[in-house]
Design a protein around this ligand. Structure first.
Ligand code: RBZ
Ligand code: NIO
Length: 375
């Protein structure tokens, strides 16, 4: 594939190489072996429902009949969004950096859930418009990897330059690789960035073909009037850039990158890279809510084999998430009416992954337990 206009051919070549090394998890013979093992466990056929589907997926990813979780970790990418100037969020932009500090101090939902579920949490400043105090002692590490001080306002300009977009993808790859090389075989990705449901709405619309209106929700809690305003801003932004990008998001990888650059964010691009690298290492990708799913749509367009590695953790209450999940034809593990992001759905799904492994590794079979199988 060719991506014209980049001054970083090396980064793009690296991206291509990583994509080329994401192997399809599909393996009919091995899947049959996993299914046989599940069917011989002491329970009626299929009685553990979605847990069985999950166990099977983990087995296929790890190519083992005895899947396991190793060093599960959460990477949370933060970035600011120029589109906030158009009044698309119920909260001020400063909440991004304030929440980054709160997350690192242990006070945010994701901080608490990571402690509860024994997940290593790393926060990455991918482009927050704030000078963090590098000397401050924090409970969770904050990595300074700024790609800029917030993206450009995409109602006027592309959100990122090509270089920034590729660099942000590279950042996500590098930070996830740190954990993958240390042995982690499951990574969850969170985000913090006031205004980022706007990016996610446009990307969801472009990559699925669902109506923009269906993909545009209240985010942090917009009123009806503010929601209508957000929709009109997003619609006008698309019209403003019409002609500068191909209409069909699914035509080729270069187009996918182009659209990510125009309407994405630093933290979303970093998630794209992190998801790709995780699959490249044969590890499990935990997909959180609406924003993470938008990143997944981009990443999947770049590497269709990514799909097999992704566990969709929950269905967000953000309008647009369930339709996108339906479009992807995936069934998420949880439905808790969350609408937060931060990776909270990933953390909450961890016990289910542990249970899926436990049934495969610890349940008796009809033979070993001398229990009669189906009549
Ligand atoms: C206090 C607070 C904590 C959050 N944690 C995640 N988000 C979530 O809300 C933001 C997206 O919504 P919108 O597009 O409407 O701005 C993102 O930062 C997302 O992570 C939060 C939002 C707030 C206000
Ligand atoms: O589902 C999400 O990821 C989400 C929803 C609302 C606000 N922030 C994130």
């Amino acid at each position: 594939m060719q991506y014209t206009g980049t001054s970083e051919p090396l980064a793009f070549a690296t991206l291509e190489a990583i994509i080329a090394n994401i192997h399809d998890t599909a393996d009919a013979a091995f899947e049959a072996a996993l299914q046989r093992k599940l069917d011989h466990l002491t329970k009626p056929l299929g009685a553990l429902g979605q847990l069985e589907t999950l166990a099977l997926q983990l087995g296929l990813i790890q190519k083992t009949l005895s899947p396991y979780l190793l060093k599960p970790a959460m990477l949370l990418f933060a970035g600011d969004h120029g589109i906030t100037a158009a009044g698309v969020s119920a909260y001020p932009k400063d909440v991004t950096w304030q929440m980054v500090e709160n997350i690192c101090s242990g006070g945010a939902a994701i901080s608490v859930l990571c402690v509860q579920h024994d997940l290593e949490l790393t926060v990455v400043d991918a482009g927050v418009d704030h000078d963090f105090d590098a000397k401050r002692r924090r409970r969770f590490p904050l990595l300074d990897r700024k790609m800029g001080r917030g993206t450009a306002d995409f109602s006027q300009h592309p959100a990122m330059t090509t270089e920034q977009c590729l660099a942000a993808i590279g950042l996500g790859m590098a930070e996830s690789e740190v954990h993958l090389q240390a042995g982690a075989n499951v990574l969850g990705f969170g985000e913090m960035g006031i205004g980022n449901t706007s990016s996610a709405s446009i990307l969801s619309h472009l990559f699925t073909g669902l109506d923009l209106e269906r993909c545009t929700g209240r985010g942090t809690g917009l009123s009806d009037i503010m929601l209508a305003h957000k929709h009109s801003v997003l619609k006008a932004s698309l019209e403003h850039h019409e002609g500068s990008h191909p209409l069909d998001a699914n035509s080729d990888p270069a187009t996918a990158l182009h659209l990510l650059r125009y309407f994405g964010g630093f933290e979303i691009a970093a998630m794209v890279g992190a998801m790709l690298m995780t699959a490249r290492h044969g590890a499990v990708i935990l997909v959180d809510g609406f924003i993470a799913t938008a990143a997944f749509l981009v990443a999947q367009q770049l590497a269709p084999a990514l799909r097999g590695y992704a566990v969709f953790c929950h269905s967000s209450n953000e309008q647009g998430h369930q339709p996108v999940l339906d479009w992807l034809n995936v069934r998420p593990l949880l439905s808790l009416d969350l609408r937060l992001g931060e990776g909270t759905g990933c953390a909450l799904a961890i016990p289910l992954l542990q249970s899926a492994c436990a049934i495969m590794n610890q349940m008796a079979s009809f033979d070993t337990a001398s229990v009669s199988g189906p009549a």
